[in-house]
Design a protein around this ligand. Structure first.
Ligand SMILES: Cc1cc2nc3c(=O)[nH]c(=O)nc-3n(C[C@H](O)[C@H](O)[C@H](O)COP(=O)(O)O)c2cc1C
Length: 361
């Protein structure tokens, strides 16, 4: 769908079917054809969050590299971390094609891929062979036909704890029917109990304790935000990723594809996902690291997420429209933001405008 190669290749890739363009991009990256970042990142962009060291706060969002084919190339091209997946225990093909649509007038996409992926075993074998220095997270999910979805997440934690720097529990994809019900406070409580028990068991067996993040939907009901945060804190979850794609379609300019089923990503998601991020930051008093994702397509929107409460950010759709040069432009903008504010590091900007964002209607 995406980036790849260089900004130069973008107009060409955008003439192709989105999934085909994405496959070409991944193959190019597998073949080593991608722009590399040669110089080290400015130390003012670096952060230590829990046990993890991030050279810069910009990550690639889940869904770009579902099968862990190119995490080292992603890190090499200047990202501060890479999240692979979503991976389900067994391989599955996902929904019938076409299932990804570009909405260029809105800088947006709609996808209903439905967790197409090669399953745990294939990704695990690849990740075992990765020698990259840098943070690689693994995003785990449940098979569509699973009879015990919680067990699928527990299996993901077990499978990837030996190789992942962190794990993301994705209970917010709109493309697996019923999956988002796991975000209901009671269901979440139960799922987190099982996951934390498994993590403790793994640690007991000598596996390193991996941070666990939960990825939320921007469509959760306002009344559920506080109870969800309570459960997250009570179980000692290490981070929240806010947010996944939305089912909302308000305010789109595009005429084509707007009524396609699936999750909307890109520019129209920026405001709602940033508002939810800020609300969660305020409710949790900044005590839990947040990864802000949704609609980042410029230095300014990246800085906005951090000021709203994100310690780290992730991108996907912005890369499709802006090309891989976006990562460098965001770094430059973040450094300017640090200088303008007269502070020493990116950490000093986190949440500085959270109350403004949380109050936005
Ligand atoms: C084509 C596509 C596939 C995606 N697949 C996944 C996925 O497998 N797991 C997941 O947690 N999020 C997935 N996402 C959601 C992104 O990780 C991200 O949360 C969302 O797109 C908002 O960010 P953006 O506006 O920068 O794209 C996908 C997004 C797109 C566009």
């Amino acid at each position: 769908m995406i980036t790849g190669l260089t900004d130069f290749a973008m107009p060409f890739l955008r003439t192709l079917d989105p999934e085909r363009a994405h496959e070409i991009t991944l193959r190019a990256m597998e073949a080593g054809l991608y722009p590399r970042q040669c110089e080290a990142d400015d130390p003012r962009l670096a952060q230590k969050i829990g046990v993890l060291d991030f050279p810069n706060p910009i990550g690639i969002a889940a869904g770009f590299d579902k099968d862990a084919r190119v995490p080292a190339a992603i890190l090499d091209s200047g990202f501060g971390f890479a999240e692979v997946g979503t991976l389900t225990p067994r391989p599955q093909t996902g929904n019938p094609t076409p299932r990804v649509f570009r909405l260029p007038d809105d800088g947006a996409m709609i996808n209903r891929l439905g967790f197409n992926n090669e399953g745990h075993e294939a990704a695990l074998a690849r990740l075992k062979g990765v020698k990259a220095r840098g943070v690689i997270g693994v995003n785990i999910g449940a098979n569509k036909d699973s009879t015990d979805r919680e067990a699928d997440y527990v299996a993901g934690l077990e499978a990837f704890s030996s190789v992942a720097d962190y794990l993301t529990v994705n209970i917010s994809s709109p493309n697996t029917p019923g999956l988002r019900d796991l975000q209901a406070p009671k269901e979440l409580d139960h799922l987190l109990s099982r996951l934390m028990a498994k993590r403790a068991e793994l640690v007991e067996a000598g596996v390193p304790q991996r941070p666990i993040a939960v990825k939320l939907s921007p469509d959760i009901a306002d009344d559920d935000i506080a109870p969800i945060c309570e459960k997250i804190m009570a179980h000692g979850v290490d981070g929240l990723i806010i947010s996944n794609t939305t089912l909302a379609r308000a305010g789109l300019k595009a005429r084509d594809h707007v009524n396609e089923a699936g999750g909307l990503s890109g520019a129209p998601l920026y405001e709602p996902s940033t508002r939810l991020l800020a609300k969660v930051y305020v409710l949790t008093k900044g005590q839990i690291p947040l990864i802000g994702v949704g609609g980042i397509n410029s230095g300014e929107t990246a800085l906005g997420k951090i000021e709203a409460g994100a310690s780290l950010i992730q991108l996907y759709t912005g890369l499709v429209y802006e090309g891989p040069g976006l990562v460098g432009r965001i770094k430059t903008a973040l450094l300017s933001g640090i200088e303008r504010a007269g502070v020493n590091s990116i950490t000093d900007l986190i949440g500085t405008r959270s109350h403004d964002w949380a109050a936005k209607i």
